[in-house]
Design a binder for this molecule. Structure first.
Ligand SMILES: *[C@@H]1O[C@H](CO)[C@@H](O)[C@H](O)[C@H]1NC(C)=O
Ligand SMILES: *[C@@H]1O[C@H](CO)[C@@H](O)[C@H](O)[C@H]1NC(C)=O
Ligand SMILES: *[C@@H]1O[C@H](CO)[C@@H](O)[C@H](O)[C@H]1NC(C)=O
Ligand SMILES: *[C@@H]1O[C@H](CO)[C@@H](O)[C@H](O)[C@H]1NC(C)=O
Ligand SMILES: *[C@@H]1O[C@H](CO)[C@@H](O)[C@H](O)[C@H]1NC(C)=O
Ligand SMILES: *[C@@H]1O[C@H](CO)[C@@H](O)[C@H](O)[C@H]1NC(C)=O
Length: 310
């Protein structure tokens, strides 16, 4: 595969990610009917990875596939306020950032936050459990050639402070999308502060996968946050309402792991993990062999009231 080909595939991916189309362009894939997920790969040669790919997303975080990797680094973030636009991408609702919001640093590369969007219900599963929604924070390297996504899953519960800030705009977006029939409706948010997502990530699950929408580009570094977010029922409805019936359920079905491992990062301030966990397989530790087996239910952290996937 030539370098040029590689770059052009990635720029297609970047285009699809940004969906900054000025005109009322139509998306030809769907989540139901004749252009549903099992047909994506046949809609365009550019979408071939959707059916031929071997490292596709989303996946089920089955706990026996999860290994602790003490070499993983914290996902430090310090996103700053910047101009942003709420966008109906047709297949989901997102926020596009115009300026520099902030970076995450993975394996020697900086990835900048370019956009975020939601899927309803969630795409990734936690040992089979389906959550109500999933937030994707999409980061790209400066040359747009590499993608890293930080994903959070939601339970129904207290309103999400991030969505609360755009509730009025979501009503407006619905009005513009339906009333005015503008499928690509967008609304300026002005300077948008995403401090609600700056929280330290004490646990995340990493694997290499793909975009979950066409062109299903592979090589995406997925980081699924261990802490579960909550959103209210009203917020869940607001994220669906501007979308047409083909996209109001916009979770791609699970894809096979095909032997991939899911690595776990775990931060603990007072303990030396190396001394707690028996090191195995060259610093990788298989959880199911220990008394630290992940519980199959969500874990409630009593001192902080936080809920974790496991
Ligand atoms: C939904 O997708 C189908 C193709 O699967 C298409 O024929 C139909 O026009 C789409 N409907 C809407 C409302 O976009
Ligand atoms: C679907 O859309 C893609 C991207 O715009 C395009 O390349 C492809 O030809 C379209 N396929 C069909 C069957 O309309
Ligand atoms: C945000 O956008 C407004 C209006 O386009 C512009 O005047 C302002 O300079 C922008 N601010 C930043 C920080 O980019
Ligand atoms: C990543 O970004 C930080 C902060 O902007 C910078 O200090 C660092 O040199 C960058 N690293 C690389 C590898 O570009
Ligand atoms: C809905 O959209 C129309 C046309 O764009 C506008 O005139 C009306 O004020 C909007 N209503 C609300 C509640 O935003
Ligand atoms: C952690 O514990 C291991 C095994 O006891 C030891 O070799 C290592 O030096 C310790 N690391 C730190 C940072 O204390």
């Amino acid at each position: 595969m030539g370098l040029h080909f590689y770059i052009s595939i990635l720029s297609i991916a970047a285009l699809a990610l940004c969906t900054l189309a000025e005109e009322d362009s139509s998306v030809n894939f769907s989540y139901i009917g004749q252009n549903g997920p099992e047909k994506w790969g046949s809609l365009s040669p550019d979408y071939a990875a959707c059916s031929n790919g071997k490292i596709q997303s989303p996946v089920d975080l089955v706990y026996t596939d999860i290994v602790l990797n003490n070499q993983l680094k914290p996902l430090e973030r310090n996103y700053v306020p910047t101009n942003a636009t709420l966008v109906n991408n047709q297949f989901n609702i997102g926020v596009h950032f115009e300026g520099k919001v902030g970076d995450i640093y993975i394996n020697g590369k900086n990835y900048s936050l370019r956009q975020l969007h939601w899927h309803t219900p969630a795409e990734h599963r936690a040992h089979g459990r389906v959550h109500e929604a999933e937030l994707h924070l999409v980061h790209l390297t400066e040359d747009n050639n590499n993608i890293a996504v930080v994903a959070s899953l939601y339970n129904l519960g207290d309103p999400d402070p991030l969505i609360s800030k755009i509730e009025d705009k979501l009503y407006e977006l619905e009005n513009q999308s339906r009333g005015a029939g503008n499928k690509n409706a967008k609304i300026s948010l002005g300077i948008f502060d995403v401090k609600e997502i700056n929280q330290n990530i004490h646990r995340y699950y990493r694997y290499i996968g793909s975009l979950t929408t066409p062109p299903c580009t592979e090589g995406v570094i997925w980081n699924i946050v261990g802490k579960v977010r909550t959103l209210s029922k009203k917020q869940l409805e607001l994220l669906k309402k501007p979308l047409s019936v083909n996209f109001s359920h916009n979770a791609r079905p699970l894809q096979p792991l095909n032997g991939r491992q899911i690595e776990m990062y775990h931060y603990h301030p007072n303990r030396n993990l190396t001394s707690i966990f028996r090191i195995h397989l060259n610093k990788l530790f298989v959880f199911s062999n220990t008394r630290f087996t992940l519980p199959l239910t969500q874990r409630h952290h009593k001192s902080t009231n936080d809920i974790y996937l496991f």
